[in-house]
Design a protein around this ligand. Structure first.
Ligand SMILES: [Zn+2]
Length: 322
C-alpha cells in the first residue's frame, strides 16, 4: 500500500539481518504506520521461506494470527483515554522479560508514542537502552517533535509521507469496497491519508454537495441576505466547518478544470459533472480563481483560530465583488 521506501528499507533489514531493536515510524495521522508495523511483525515471524526475502506470506498460522490480533508475541499498545499510561508500559516491561512464546521475534507496537503521560519516557528509556533479546519495539508518532531527544536517539526513525491521491483512492476501492466516484472524492480530501479518508466518509456523505454548488459556491450574485443566511446555516464547530470549506474548494477546483480543459476532465465531483459544466459556462476563469483563493485564505485563518463568522463574512463579501 504505497510506502515503497519504508517497506523496502524494512525488507532490506530483514534480508541482511540488520533489524534493530527500536524503530520510530513517524508521519501524518492515518498514513499507514500501524499497517506497515504489523506487516513488518508478520515478515519477522512468518513461517514460510518468503520471510528470507523480508516478506510475509499472509497464509501461515503466524501471519494469520497477527492479522487477527491473536499472536502472543505481537503486542499493540494503544492509549487508554488520551494518553498511554505508565502501568501499560510497566505491563509491557514485565512481558518483555520472557522470551517470545512461539514467534522468532517479539514485536511491540506502541501507537501514539507522541502522546505519553509524563514520566513514561524515562520508564520506557530503560527498555530502549537495554532491549531484551529477540525484541523489536516500534514507536508510532504523528509528530516527532513531541518525542524526547533521548528516546529519539535510541530509535531508527522512518518517515511516512502522505500517499498520492490515486493510491489512496485505489486502496479505498479495494480495501473498503467504495465505488470509484466516492473513493476519488474522499481520497482528494484525505491529505494523502487513507485513515483520514475513512474518518471523514460519513461527514462527507452528509454534506449536500449539489446544493452547496448551486446555492453557494457557484452562485454568481450574492446578496447580503444570502451571505447572512449562509453564515448562520454553517456549522459553528470548527472541524465540520473546515471540511465544508475544503469541499467548497474542490467544487471550485472542478469548475476551473471544466473551464480550462475540455470534457472528460478528471473531476473530483464526477457525479455532478452536468451541473458543473452548465455552471462553468457563466463564469470567467479569473473570478473562479479569485473565489478559490478566498476560500483557501479563509481555511488558513480559521485554522489559526480566527473568529469563524467574521472570517466567513469577509470571504463572502470578497466573493460578492465578483
Ligand atoms: Zn507467513
Amino acid at each position: 500500500m504505497g510506502h515503497v521506501k519504508p517497506i523496502a528499507l524494512l525488507q532490506r533489514a530483514i534480508k541482511n539481518e540488520k533489524v534493530v531493536n527500536s524503530y520510530l515510524f513517524w508521519g501524518n495521522e492515518g498514513t499507514g504506520k500501524k499497517y506497515v508495523a504489523l506487516q513488518f511483525a508478520k515478515a519477522l515471524n512468518c513461517l514460510e521461506t518468503k520471510s528470507d526475502a523480508g516478506d510475509a506470506c499472509d497464509q501461515c498460522t503466524s501471519c494469520k494470527k497477527i492479522d487477527h490480533g491473536r499472536h502472543p508475541d505481537v503486542l499493540v499498545i494503544e492509549p487508554e483515554g488520551q494518553n498511554i499510561r505508565v502501568d501499560q508500559i510497566r505491563q509491557l516491561q514485565r512481558e518483555l522479560a520472557y522470551r517470545p512464546y512461539e514467534g522468532k521475534h517479539r514485536v511491540c507496537i506502541l501507537t501514539a508514542a507522541d502522546r505519553m503521560a509524563p514520566h513514561i519516557p524515562n520508564t520506557l528509556l530503560k527498555t530502549l537502552e537495554e532491549p531484551p533479546l529477540h525484541t523489536v519495539i516500534i514507536l508510532l508518532a504523528n509528530n516527532s517533535r513531541f518525542i524526547l531527544p533521548t528516546i529519539l536517539s535510541r530509535c531508527q526513525p522512518i518517515r511516512f509521507h502522505p500517499l498520492p491521491i490515486p493510491l489512496v483512492s485505489k486502496w479505498l476501492m479495494e480495501g473498503s469496497g467504495l465505488d470509484e466516484a466516492e473513493a476519488h472524492l474522499l481520497a482528494s480530501l484525505s491529505e494523502g491519508s487513507p485513515g483520514k479518508a475513512l474518518e471523514i466518509q460519513e461527514e462527507i456523505r452528509q454534506i449536500p454537495r449539489e446544493e452547496l454548488l448551486k446555492e453557494w459556491v457557484g452562485l454568481k450574485v450574492l446578496s447580503f441576505e444570502k451571505i447572512g443566511s449562509w453564515v448562520g446555516s454553517l456549522p459553528s464547530e470548527r472541524e465540520g466547518l473546515l471540511l465544508i470549506l475544503e469541499v467548497a474548494k474542490t467544487l471550485l477546483r472542478d469548475l476551473v478544470m471544466v473551464k480550462t480543459l475540455k470534457r472528460g476532465t478528471d473531476l473530483i465531483h464526477s457525479d455532478l459533472v452536468q451541473v458543473i459544466e452548465a455552471m462553468a459556462a457563466n463564469w470567467s476563469l479569473t473570478s473562479l480563481l479569485k473565489r478559490m483563493e478566498a476560500v483557501h485564505q479563509t481555511v488558513i485563518e480559521i485554522r489559526a483560530n480566527a473568529n469563524t463568522s467574521l472570517a466567513l463574512e469577509a470571504m463572502m463579501l470578497e466573493w460578492a465583488e465578483g
